[in-house]
Design a protein around this ligand. Structure first.
Ligand SMILES: Cc1cc2nc3c(=O)[nH]c(=O)nc-3n(C[C@H](O)[C@H](O)[C@H](O)COP(=O)(O)O)c2cc1C
Length: 238
């Protein structure tokens, strides 16, 4: 083999290696929850039910924004079901989730704020869809702070729990550039609608809250720097 051939072969090898790295970057599922370490204090959630008594059409028909809740706790089972509807993994073999996601990049994160729960203490938790677990972010009731951050919408503090959706724009922008910004908002809509219909099917009431101070919501649930709050969803018995 001539010297030129050897150099040529070496170059070809380097190019193949580089192409492999680029392809891998492009098609690997996103590193979900990549910016956070799961804390040691994690809570395994009960498995979600996948059969229900009310039809989708009935849930759509009955869904209405509810801002008045009984002062009852929600059970861990109900909380588990709501989180699964929001972002749970529905195809374990592919990691795909309950709501559609552009390029299956999953830019949404879900926080749970508990004021009054059964088998779960008051506090802020982060949901990990892959393991269907919660990690404790902080202990104690922050629902009054969340209501203040939601421009004084008092029903936020009256609900036994709130789900708070966050978006990590860089996850989607990495593939879709500027258009990725729209995709993240669209996805929050899908996930929130799932929660609305799931709540209805559990005979619970909820409302999507978009009027809030971003920085205050972020601070209340201790979001990471790269997360943007997208929705607050109080849920309770109607
Ligand atoms: C993007 C968006 C933001 C919203 N923000 C709030 C909010 O901050 N507070 C609130 O009480 N309702 C909020 N809502 C709920 C609407 O007021 C409600 O959906 C509307 O009145 C229609 O009533 P329905 O949901 O019962 O059909 C919001 C809805 C959307 C889609």
């Amino acid at each position: 083999m001539t010297k030129t051939n050897t150099i040529g072969l070496a170059l070809l090898f380097v190019i193949i290696l580089l192409v492999g790295v680029v392809i891998n970057f492009a098609v690997e599922p996103s590193n979900h929850n990549s910016n956070m370490e799961k804390e040691e204090t994690s809570i395994k959630l009960p498995p979600p039910d996948t059969k229900g008594e009310i039809s989708v059409k009935e849930a759509i028909l009955k869904r209405r924004s509810v801002r008045d809740y009984e002062d009852d706790p929600l059970s861990l089972k109900e909380i588990s079901q709501l989180l699964w509807a929001a972002q749970g993994v529905t195809s374990p073999e592919t990691g795909k989730r309950s709501a559609p996601s552009a390029g299956a990049l999953y830019p949404l994160e879900v926080y749970l704020v508990v004021r009054k729960g059964e088998e779960i203490e008051s506090g802020v938790y982060r949901y990990f869809p892959e393991s269907h677990e919660l990690a404790v972010v902080l202990k104690g009731d922050v629902s009054e702070d969340l209501a203040r951050a939601s421009l004084g919408q008092t029903f936020v503090a009256k609900a036994p729990i709130n789900l708070v959706f966050a978006g990590v724009f860089s996850r989607t922008a990495a593939r879709y550039g500027e258009r990725g910004t729209q995709y993240v908002y669209m996805e929050a809509g899908h996930a929130a609608q799932n929660v609305c219909l799931q709540a209805e099917s559990l005979k619970l009431g909820t409302v999507v809250v978009g009027a809030f101070n971003d920085e205050e919501v972020k601070e209340t649930v201790k979001m990471s720097e790269n997360e943007t709050p997208l929705y607050v969803m109080p849920v309770g018995r109607k």
